[in-house]
Design a protein around this ligand. Structure first.
Ligand code: DON
Length: 321
C-alpha cells in the first residue's frame, strides 16, 4: 500500500496523512540549520530538501516530500557496520569499543587518551573506525565494501543503492581528523590493520547514497525484532540491543535531548538523514540537510518530534493502562 502527499485520511492511511502534513508545515521553515561543509560535495546540497518515509510493520510504505531522492547517509551507515561486525565476531567486539554515550562531538579525540584508545561507542567516528577495522580482520577492503553494499541492498530490497565515489574521495581528501583518530587508536593497539585501508573502507561506508524510502525499508529489521521482509537478519536480542545503543548514543552529545524530545532509537548522519525506529510499529527515515550544532538534522528532528507527538509512537508512551 502506498500513500503520498494529500492522499486519504482513513485509519490505515493515518501515518501517510500525518507525514504529508508535517512535510507541508516544514516546507517553508525559516530556520533550517546549517548544511555540512567539511566534506565539500555535501555543501552543494540545497537546504530546501526535505523527505520522509515511514514503513509500517504490515509493510505499508508512506512517503512525503523528497523521499525518493538519494542523499549521503554518512554516519547512519554506522548502524549497518555495527550489525555486520556483531555478525562477524559477536560480543568480542565489546573488548574494543564501549557502549556508553560519549557526551562529546562525533569526531572528538579527547576521551581516547584517558580511555586508552577504546572509543566510547560504535556510533562516534572513532568507534565506527574500530568496527571497520574489525570487519577488515576477515575481509579485504574491496570485499568489506561489497558486503556492505549487498547488505543494505538486501535489507531495502533494492539493487539500485550505490556508493557515491565522489563523496568517498572527498572524505579521504579532507579526512584529517579521522586520520588523527585512527592513528591515535593504532598507537594504543586498537587499530590492527593499515590505517589507510581502514579509513578508505570507512569513507566508502559513509558515502552510501540512499533515499528516505530505501533507508526506512533497510531499517525494517530493527523495527521487527531482527526480521526484514520475512528474512531473519539478526536475532531478537541483538536487534533490541542495537536499538538501545541508537537511543543512548545515536545523536552524539545530543542523544539525551533526542531521547527526551522524540523517544525513539535513532541514528543521524551529517548528510542530514535520520533513521528512527518505533519497535513493532514503524521504521522511519527523514532527510533535511541543515544540521544543528551537534551535526544532526535540525528539521529532521523537528519532523520526528511532531510525528511522535501525533502518533504516540515514542517507546515511552504507555501501551496499556
Ligand atoms: O567521518 C565523518 O566525519 C563523516 N563521514 C560522518 C560523520 C557523521 O555523519 C556524523 N553525523 N552526524
Amino acid at each position: 500500500m502506498e500513500a503520498s502527499l494529500n492522499k486519504g485520511t482513513s485509519d490505515a492511511d493515518a501515518p501517510g496523512a500525518v507525514i504529508a502534513e508535517i512535510a507541508e508545515e516544514l516546507r517553508f521553515a525559516d530556520y533550517r540549520g546549517k548544511v555540512a561543509d567539511y566534506i565539500p560535495p555535501l555543501a552543494a546540497v540545497p537546504d530546501t530538501k526535505f523527505g520522509i518515509a515511514v514503513v509500517m510493520a504490515d509493510g505499508a510504505v508512506h512517503t512525503a516530500g523528497d523521499a525518493e531522492e538519494a542523499f549521503s547517509i554518512q554516519s547512519i551507515s554506522k548502524v549497518f557496520a555495527l550489525t555486520l561486525a556483531l555478525g562477524a565476531v559477536g560480543d568480542q567486539l565489546w573488548s574494543r569499543v564501549g557502549r556508553e554515550p560519549s557526551g562529546s562531538a562525533f569526531n572528538s579525540i579527547v576521551q581516547l587518551e584517558t580511555e586508552h584508545g577504546i572509543p566510547r561507542n560504535p556510533f562516534i567516528n572513532a568507534g565506527a573506525i574500530v568496527v571497520t577495522d574489525v570487519l577488515l580482520g576477515r575481509l579485504e577492503p574491496r570485499e568489506a565494501i561489497g558486503q556492505m553494499l549487498r547488505f543494505v541492498r538486501e535489507l531495502a530490497g533494492d539493487d539500485g543503492i550505490v556508493i557515491d565515489e565522489v563523496v568517498a574521495a572527498a572524505e579521504s581528501e579532507t579526512g584529517f581528523r579521522n586520520r588523527a583518530l585512527a592513528n591515535y587508536m593504532r598507537a594504543f593497539g586498537n587499530i590492527h590493520g593499515d590505517v589507510e585501508r581502514v579509513l578508505g573502507t570507512y569513507f566508502h561506508f559513509c558515502a552510501l547514497a540512499m533515499s528516505c524510502r530505501q533507508l526506512a525499508l533497510a531499517g525494517r529489521y530493527l523495527m521487527n525484532g531482527g526480521i526484514s521482509h520475512g528474512h531473519r537478519v539478526i536475532n531478537e536480542r541483538r536487534a533490541r540491543r542495537i536499538n538501545a545503543l541508537m537511543m543512548s548514543c545515536g545523536h552524539y552529545d545530543n542523544s539525551g535531548d533526542f531521547a527526551y524530545r522524540i523517544g525513539l532509537p535513532g541514528k543521524s548522519g551529517v548528510g542530514g538523514g535520520i533513521l528512527a525506529v518505533a519497535p513493532g510499529t514503524a521504521s522511519i527515515a527523514v532527510w533535511s540537510p541543515g544540521l544543528n550544532q551537534s551535526g544532526n538534522s535540525h528539521l529532521g528532528q523537528l519532523a520526528l518530534e511532531r510525528l511522535v507527538q501525533r502518533t504516540g509512537w515514542s517507546v515511552f508512551e504507555p501501551r496499556s493502562l
